[in-house]
Design a protein around this ligand. Structure first.
Ligand SMILES: Cc1cc2nc3c(=O)[nH]c(=O)nc-3n(C[C@H](O)[C@H](O)[C@H](O)COP(=O)(O)OP(=O)(O)OC[C@H]3O[C@@H](n4cnc5c(N)ncnc54)[C@H](O)[C@@H]3O)c2cc1C
Length: 401
């Protein structure tokens, strides 16, 4: 039987999978990456990922080190300020009760992060992957069989190709085939919630401020984008109960804009919808282990969390950085010692973040007016305590100091 040999096989070419493939190729390894779906690299096409990622400082440093950042930087908006708003009072339409601003300059001479639309990240990653000499990207095929033994892993793809690899990176998302095949269990929590993601324009400039407005159902977050045809623009993630989200998706454009403008409390003036509305399930999920024989899990194959505090993909990039750093120093990149060290290096931090974000999300959904009142006074109290405020901001960034 004809097996193609490679150092690394990456199952999944989402943002995490493509970043992993590029990072390993840059580190001197041969890589094959497969995904059943070709990345959508325009904003208007069906399947476009209208979410954005706020790449936090450690992610930006890592992307710089693998030669990607310069391509993303031209699309990025720096996030200088995070504004947290509570609009959780009993009155309708929602009104602002508490508004506090957290400045990046409080803890660093750099912004909190840089916001880039996901479809543009996919476009730049795909170009770098296709340009990489020792990497092969196979769109349109998926992993259908994985067999591992102590010395290597064998993969069969849906088009019949067979691959031998020293290491398999499972970047095939929250329902990861590779993870299931390796019999790694997961703990999953469902919140009965969905997130709508879309792009708007507005008359008031965002001034590089990211704004999170809390009410029941979940936060409504406006993240700065570059101007769209000369008009200030933001990406929105609007979290709601699944029932309400389904209603919002079905609404005609005018009714939706009316509802969205009430929910935004007019903070950037009247918002105009500029794209389709996309919808994303909200879960938190943690794999029991991040490795198995010849296999490392990264990204949503290992962990998924509600989109609060821009943690998800940033944790995934930290997974990839950790794995590459260990692989570079090893004689055998897929050995038990490398994979055990990878699991050990990541599990505690990821478990802490998954737990913390899940708890925050749970409190943001609740219908209880008392809880919402506690949250409103908590934001004010936290903001008023400078040392606690700075420590929490650093923890959120993943900055070690
Ligand atoms: C609304 C929203 C907003 C977010 N905002 C942020 C943010 O600001 N900052 C942040 O850090 N994170 C954010 N996140 C999280 C982030 O978007 C995700 O963590 C990230 O996109 C997931 O990337 P991934 O590559 O791990 O998984 P996926 O994007 O799910 O990619 C998995 C890939 O695997 C492929 N695949 C599936 N099965 C197979 C198979 N058998 N063989 C081969 N390939 C397969 C799929 O086709 C897919 O392309 C947000 C998430 C949501 C829902």
């Amino acid at each position: 039987m004809n097996f193609k040999a490679t150092d690394v096989f990456v199952s999944g070419g989402g943002i995490a999978g493509m970043a992993a493939a590029i990072a390993f190729e840059r580190a001197g390894f041969s890589v094959i990456c497969a995904d059943p779906v070709a990345p959508v690299i325009t904003r208007q096409d069906n399947g476009a990922d209208l979410r954005t990622t706020a790449f936090l400082q450690p992610s930006q440093t890592f992307l710089q080190s693998i030669g990607i950042w310069d391509h993303l930087a031209k699309h990025a908006v720096p996030l200088e300020v995070m504004r947290i708003v509570d609009a959780g009072g009993a009155i309708t339409p929602p009104a602002i009760r508490v508004m506090k601003e957290f400045q990046a300059s409080d803890i660093s001479n750099q912004p909190f992060g840089w916001n880039v639309p996901n479809w543009l990240s996919r476009k730049e990653l795909l170009k770098s992957l296709n340009d990489a000499k020792d990497a092969t990207f196979l769109p349109g095929v998926n992993t259908v069989k994985v067999f591992t033994r102590e010395s290597e892993a064998r993969v069969t793809l849906s088009d019949g190709q067979k691959i031998r690899a020293r290491l398999i990176i499972a970047a095939d998302g929250s329902s990861s085939y590779v993870r299931k095949n390796a019999q790694i269990g997961v703990t999953t929590k469902r919140f009965g919630q969905k997130a709508l993601a879309f792009v708007v324009t507005h008359p008031i400039p965002h001034e590089n401020v990211s704004t999170e407005i809390h009410r029941r159902g979940g936060p409504f977050t406006l993240v700065p984008l570059p101007d769209h045809q000369g008009t200030p623009s933001s990406a929105i993630v609007w979290m709601e109960t699944s029932k309400h989200a389904a209603r919002l998706i079905e609404m005609d454009r005018n009714s939706f804009e009316t509802e969205m403008n009430a929910r935004s409390c007019g903070i950037l003036g009247p918002l105009t919808l500029e794209t389709k509305r996309t919808v994303w399930p909200i879960i938190s999920q943690l794999a029991d282990r991040f490795s198995a024989q010849r296999i490392a899990l990264v990204g949503e194959a290992a962990h998924a969390i509600p989109p609060i505090g821009a943690q998800g993909l940033n944790m995934s990039l930290e997974d990839i950085k950790t794995l590459v750093d260990l692989a570079i120093k090893a004689d055998d990149i897929g050995s038990k010692s490398v994979l055990d060290a990878y699991h050990k290096a990541r599990i505690t931090d990821v478990r802490f973040r998954v737990g913390g974000i899940s708890l925050l999300n749970q409190t943001s959904i609740g219908p209880s007016q008392i809880l919402r009142d506690i949250r409103a006074s908590g934001i004010g109290a936290l903001h008023g305590l400078a040392p606690l405020r700075k420590t929490l901001m650093k923890m959120g960034l993943g900055v070690r100091s």
